[in-house]
Design a protein around this ligand. Structure first.
Ligand code: PRP
Ligand code: MN
Ligand code: MG
Length: 182
């Protein structure tokens, strides 16, 4: 666990559970997108691990783009005011865009992103999110593919950070309370 062991409170989703879910999502999406070329848009930085495992599991040719956005506000929740830090490198007009997100928390990031990408004229636009917190949602975002609905507690690992740490954990876990106070 990269030496993070003492900081971990409990494991919410194991590596095996994550792998199984990604295979399940990829199988479903391979059927839904059969015959189409998919443009994966990963939302940096949280979605990086999910995107690389998902792209390998999906038995379809895909292309990859990344977008980095930042929402102003505190470290553990977002404000809904979103700023583009890195835009897509290419035009997505006429493309079948599948946005990959690690987690939908308040939904504010994704809601903004879907409006932004939708205005660029993609042939289709859907979202695949590994995690969603139904109890934290402030804006309802139409999401076709969701891996796990999880309780409203702060989680890290598999791309998700606390103060930029723990993204490299191969599983998803909660942190001990003392980690936040130190
Ligand atoms: C996190 C997470 C989602 C977003 C979800 O990203 O990866 O992108 O917050 O929150 P929301 O539904 O409340 O908007 P963050 O802004 O922390 O950037 P990061 O991916 O670089 O960690
Ligand atoms: Mn993110
Ligand atoms: Mg973050």
């Amino acid at each position: 666990d990269h030496g993070y062991g003492p900081d971990i409170d409990h494991v919410l989703l194991t590596t095996e559970q994550i792998d199984d879910k990604i295979r399940e999502l990829a199988d479903r999406i391979a059927v839904d997108y059969a015959g189409r070329e998919v443009l994966l848009v990963g939302v940096l930085k949280g979605a990086v691990l999910f995107m690389s495992d998902f792209a390998r599991a999906l038995q379809l040719p895909t292309q990859m783009e990344f977008m980095a956005v930042s929402s102003y506000g505190s470290a553990t929740s977002s404000s809904g005011i979103v700023r583009i830090l890195k835009d897509l490198d290419r035009d997505i007009t006429g493309k079948h865009v599948l946005v990959l997100e690690d987690i939908i928390d308040s939904g504010l990031t994704l809601s903004w992103l879907l409006k932004n990408l939708g205005s660029r004229g993609p042939a289709s636009l859907e979202v695949c999110a590994l995690l969603r917190k139904p109890d934290a949602v402030k804006v309802d975002v139409p999401v076709e593919y969701v891996g796990f609905d999880i309780p409203n507690e702060f989680v890290v690992g598999y791309g998700l950070d606390y103060a930029e740490r723990y993204r490299d954990l191969p599983y998803i876990a909660t942190l001990k309370p003392e980690v936040y106070s130190s």
